[in-house]
Each structure stands twice: as structure tokens, then as C-alpha cells.
Design a protein around this ligand. Structure first.
Ligand code: C5P
Length: 218
């Protein structure tokens, strides 16, 4: 198809979301937050009383997800769950249900439906490897575990929530390990993805870098 696609993959709290959103804005492209779909699946399962270990039942929930992305707000069955899906416990649930191939399959078409003209910036773990292998540019965005934990800690503090830096670091690491160790679409830098380590860069610098790489590809 003629749709331009920029795929950004990487571990949790690497800043993918903020970078992808800003780049999409500058380019006038649509934005896909694929992690939100796994988070919504975990939340919808929880609300339906379905155990996160129950692959077929969770896959049915993923298949029939009633979700609406509306200007940065995320609605599940008409209810605004934008804040709810960002909790650490839903993040852990998302990582658990994301390991199931039936769940990943159920969300595939929904993700591909975002690739409507003129272009799309998609962020996740398998955007460049599985969902959009035809992407013009694939980036593996990362930062050291310390930097990512500090960024997540600061986000929670800014939101007025309680936060424990060491616990966050432990949670990030166990989530990354699970995401990297799974058989289906594991988290890793693929051979055709460019590595961007953001540990010592500001958000503006990262956005600049991504935009300059994009210019060379189009
Ligand atoms: O990116 P985010 O932290 O919102 O993703 C939540 C979880 O969803 C990740 O830990 C990962 O297990 C899963 N995920 C995935 N594939 C994607 C996006 C997210 O497996 N493309």
C-alpha cells in the first residue's frame, strides 16, 4: 500500500509513546499506541472477571474489544479509561496477556487498520517485525534501566501518585525480561531497525533525530 509507516519499538518507559506522538504531530500522521490495546485487553478481562492466564477467554475479549481512540482519550465501552490503563498492575497484566499468540492474532487486524493515508507512526514491541514489516523506517528506542525507572518515577510523582524507585526498577526489569523471553514477537532490536539510545538525550533531541532519519528515507 502507499501508506508511509514509521515503526518505533522498544522496552517500557523508553519514551516511545511521547516520541511517537510528537513525530506523528509534526508529520501530520496518525499515531498507533499498540501497547494501549494490550492494556485495554488486560483491563477488559479484569472487568469481566476473566483470569489473565486464560488464553482462549482473553483472546475472545481482545477480539471483541469495544474501543475508541478519541483525541488522546481512550474509551472502553464508552468509558474513559485513559488513566486507568496506565497503572503498573494493568501494565503487568498487559505483559502477561501479550505473551499469548491467540491474543496477538486477535489484535493484528485492529492494529493494521490504523495504516490509513498519508502515514502512520506506530509504537510497541513488534511494529517493525510483525505488524508493519514494510515500514520505511524502523527504530529500536531504548535507554538504560536506571534512566527508564527514573523517568517512570517522575511521571508518577508529577501525577501526584506515590512511587518507589526501586520497586519501579524491579517491575520494569521483570516486564522487559518477560517481553524478551516470550516465543511470540519477543522484544528485541531487529536486524533492520536503527538503534536509538535516549539515555542522555532530551525529548526534543530524540524527536529531532527521528525526524532527520525519516527525511533520509522518504
Ligand atoms: O508499551 P506499553 O508499556 O504500554 O505496553 C504494555 C505491554 O504490552 C508490554 O509490556 C508488552 O508486553 C505488551 N506489548 C506487546 N506488543 C506491543 C505493545 C505492547 O507485547 N506491540
Amino acid at each position: 500500500s502507499g501508506v508511509a509507516i514509521l515503526a518505533i519499538d522498544g522496552p517500557s518507559a523508553s519514551g516511545k509513546g511521547s516520541v511517537a506522538q510528537r513525530v506523528a504531530e509534526v508529520l501530520g500522521f496518525a499515531y498507533l499506541d499498540s501497547g494501549a490495546l494490550y492494556r485495554l485487553t488486560a483491563l477488559a478481562a479484569q472487568q469481566a472477571g476473566v483470569d489473565w492466564c486464560n488464553e482462549p477467554a482473553v483472546a475472545r475479549i481482545a477480539q471483541s474489544l469495544d474501543v475508541c481512540f478519541d483525541n488522546g482519550r481512550i474509551l472502553l465501552a464508552g468509558q474513559d479509561v485513559s488513566a486507568l490503563i496506565r497503572s503498573e498492575s494493568i501494565g503487568a497484566g498487559a505483559s502477561q496477556v501479550a505473551a499469548f499468540s491467540a491474543v496477538r492474532r486477535a489484535l493484528l487486524a485492529r492494529q493494521r487498520a490504523f495504516s490509513l493515508g498519508p502515514g502512520l507512526v506506530a509504537d510497541g514491541r513488534d511494529m517493525g517485525s510483525v505488524v508493519f514489516p514494510q515500514a520505511q523506517l524502523k527504530i529500536f528506542l531504548t535507554a538504560t534501566a536506571e534512566v527508564r525507572a527514573k523517568r517512570r518515577y517522575q511521571q508518577l510523582i508529577d501525577r501526584g501518585e506515590l512511587a518507589d524507585l526501586l520497586a519501579i526498577m524491579r517491575d520494569l526489569q521483570s516486564r522487559d525480561e518477560r517481553d524478551a523471553a516470550r516465543a511470540e514477537a519477543p522484544l528485541r532490536q531487529w536486524h533492520d531497525a536503527l538503534l536509538l539510545d535516549t539515555s542522555e538525550l532530551s525529548l526534543d533531541q530524540v524527536v529531532e533525530c527521528v525526524l532527520s532519519w525519516w527525511k533520509t528515507r522518504t
